[in-house]
Ligand binder design. Structure first.
Ligand SMILES: NC(=O)C1=CN([C@@H]2O[C@H](COP(=O)(O)OP(=O)(O)OC[C@H]3O[C@@H](n4cnc5c(N)ncnc54)[C@H](OP(=O)(O)O)[C@@H]3O)[C@@H](O)[C@H]2O)[C@@H](O)CC1
Ligand SMILES: [K+]
Length: 508
């Protein structure tokens, strides 16, 4: 799913009105009807106090339409107009008149702190103060109202965006922002829903398709894209009946050190579970028996050294080399990595200590083959590219790094972001249970196996990250977040693949 910017959405809005020959008021009615239907489906007529806070622009207009519909359906609703400006939008005004026609329960105006209503914990609050039109921080008594709503601990549903959240920048620490439990957003999720600094404001997200112009949406390019099931399915390449293990490539995983052989065992297990045709593991001598016993499906070559990597000697022409997991950063290992980089021409997968070695020896970056994939977590990324002010600057810095070095970066997090210098793909699967030792090692194996099966690097990263998260989700659904260990992610790769072709309602 593409992620459009606020200005692209405004453009889509105008083109839709023109091409579908409707008024903007009709589009608002259509959008807000969907919000109403979703609320009605969830509340099922429940008689809890609903308090709607409407701004004076089109987000407020949406709130008025929802309020009118809830009133018509017998809900216990109170609508408030948060009168932060005199510049009421036309569609707000039209709907202000309409709501007065359906009930004597007219909206109440809030103009100052004294006008704030009481909000109780059991209330259902709808936030329709600001949407994508917010262009400066919320100030004064309106900011206090946001605090008042947040402090009430009532359930808060935000229309389009939680008020106070910008679509293109991070609010300052002191800025007032609604803490929503649930956000019903129009047509496309907004980028800030996925950034570490802002994701906690939005709660659960649901995207409502409000029927904006199909051609415009299809033809308009966005740098940002969400990878969900539909996209993952599209990326997936089915296997031919007439194939052999050579078709799925030979993966060479290189890593491990004394006490850290488990990490490379996890990586290689994951690579085989993801479909790598053949796997060879290169480890220090201490890893030989561990790998041979733990993973009989893999072949093992050892370093001359017992404890660490010192020279990666193999004449194997692997389809993909995956380096880093548990390797350590000893001088000898840095030297061994440098030689490995020199002789590797195909895109590699570099993780963990591989990334740390690159951060400490930046001159090695020029030896990394084009289109290689680096999979840092935020701290590793910072060591590699330097500090950033906020998530927007971070994204720019990563894109610049990817362009300059011709690399792909998989930035691991609650939402994993994949950068290739021009595009950014945001992954939708995964869960807090995956914040556990070794889940990054498993991811490396999964992505390496995708490369080995001849997926193009950006697609390999996208599909690999998606399936890795999905495997974790499927396991956690039955066993809890807490009990999940990274080996479970590898074990569940099969279910993640099968799930690609399951419909949401359980039918195939
Ligand atoms: N495109 C779509 O897909 C559809 C969009 N729809 C809906 O429209 C919403 C966008 O509506 P919108 O453009 O009227 O802006 P909105 O967020 O209501 O703000 C209102 C005005 O407030 C002002 N203002 C800004 N910051 C301020 C501040 N801190 N303190 C005080 N004032 C401030 C600023 O005006 P300014 O004062 O800058 O002139 C701004 O214009 C969108 O989120 C969705 O809900 C649907 O109905 C149909 C399909
Ligand atoms: K809102």
């Amino acid at each position: 799913m593409k992620i459009f910017s606020a200005s692209q959405l405004k453009q889509a809005d105008e083109i839709t009105i023109k091409n579908q020959n409707i008024t903007s008021e009709e589009l608002m009615e259509r959008a807000a009807t969907q919000v109403f239907e979703e609320i009605h489906r969830r509340l099922q007529g429940a008689q809890l106090p609903v308090k709607i806070f409407c701004g004076i622009g089109n987000n407020g207009g949406d709130g008025l339409v929802v309020g009118r519909m809830l009133l018509e359906h017998g809900y216990q609703v109170k609508v408030f107009v948060v009168n932060y400006s005199d510049k009421r939008s036309q569609d707000f005004l039209a709907n202000y008149d309409k709501i007065k026609e359906v009930s004597n329960n007219w909206p109440e105006l809030i103009k100052k702190e004294e006008d704030f209503p009481e909000i109780n914990r059991g209330d259902f609050v709808i936030d329709a103060m600001f949407g994508i039109g917010l262009n400066r921080p919320i100030e004064g008594w309106v900011g206090k109202l946001v605090e008042h709503i947040n402090n009430s601990r009532a359930f808060v549903l935000a229309i389009d965006m939680p008020s106070g959240l910008f679509s293109d920048k991070i609010p300052a620490k002191e800025d007032a922002v609604i803490n929503a439990n649930f956000t019903l957003t129009f047509q496309t999720p907004k980028l800030v829903f996925f950034l570490p600094q802002t994701m906690d404001y939005v709660g659960d997200i649901q995207v409502l398709d409000i029927g904006l112009d199909r051609d415009f949406l299809a033809e308009t390019d966005t740098a940002l894209e969400l990878t969900g099931k539909a996209e993952a399915r599209e990326l997936y390449k089915p296997r031919k009946k007439n194939s052999h293990k050579g078709n799925y490539g030979h993966t060479l995983t290189v890593g491990g050190s004394y006490g850290k052989i488990g990490s490379i065992l996890l990586t290689t297990t994951a690579a085989l579970r993801t479909g790598a045709g053949l796997c060879t593991v290169f480890v220090p001598k201490c890893g030989y028996e561990i790998i041979q016993t733990g993973l009989p499906e893999a072949m093992v070559i050892t370093d001359e050294n017992f404890e660490m990597l010192t020279a990666i000697k193999t004449d194997l022409d692997a389809d993909v080399v995956c380096f880093g997991m548990g390797a350590g950063r000893s001088e000898e290992t840095v030297g061994a990595f440098k030689e490995l980089l020199k002789k590797t021409k195909k895109p590699m997968l570099i993780d963990a200590d591989g990334i740390n070695i690159l951060s400490e020896n930046k001159d090695l970056l020029q030896l990394v083959p084009e289109n290689s994939i680096l999979t840092p977590h935020p701290k590793e990324l910072q060591r590699l590219i330097g500090k950033w002010q906020d998530d927007f600057e971070k994204m720019e810095m990563v894109q610049r790094f990817c362009l300059e070095k011709k690399l792909i970066v998989v930035l691991k997090g609650a939402y994993t972001f994949i950068f290739d210098g021009t595009k950014i793909s945001i992954n939708t699967t995964g869960n807090p249970g995956m914040a556990t030792a070794g889940s990054g090692d498993v991811l490396s194996g999964v992505i390496a196996a995708m490369l080995s099966q001849k997926y193009k690097p950006f697609a390999a990263a996208r599909l690999g990250v998606y399936l890795h998260g999905k495997a974790g989700d499927l396991y956690a659904e039955e066993n809890s977040y807490e009990a999940l260990i990274s080996g479970d992610i590898a074990e569940n790769m099969g279910r993640a693949y099968l799930d690609l072709f399951k419909e949401e309602n359980g039918k195939d």
